[in-house]
Every structure is written in C-alpha cells, then in structure tokens.
Design a binder for this molecule. Structure first.
Ligand SMILES: [Zn+2]
Length: 62
C-alpha cells in the first residue's frame, strides 16, 4: 500500500471515501485520500495526476 502525504502540511494522509464536488458533479463516496490534520481531501486519481505534474515541473527545472 502506498503512503500519501498532504501537499500543505506533509501529514500522512488516510485513504478512504471522500465526498467531493468535481465541477458540477457531486461525487459522494468516491475513493480518495484525506488529511487528518488540515482536512484537505483529494480524489486518489486527481492526487496522482498532481504528483506527476509536480514531478514533471522538477524535471523541467533542471
Ligand atoms: Zn494537510
């Protein structure tokens, strides 16, 4: 099982169901990660995409 960390406070995030609105769509019970410290919620898919984008930025900076 992979461990995820919050972007904001670097807290370990808990995997589970999150309730998010995505555009006009409500996504109750979507699977994602949630930060127990600041309450930030991410869809797991979205979270992964963001991490990939951050990685690409770091590569481009070199
Ligand atoms: Zn956090």
């Amino acid at each position: 099982m992979e461990q995820w960390y919050c972007f904001k406070c670097k807290e370990k995030m808990e995997e589970g169901e999150v309730s998010l609105t995505y555009g006009d769509m409500a996504l109750p019970g979507a699977f994602g990660v949630k930060c127990p410290k600041c309450g930030a919620e991410y869809l797991l898919e979205e979270f992964v995409l963001t991490q990939v984008n951050e990685g690409e930025k770091m590569l481009e900076a070199k």
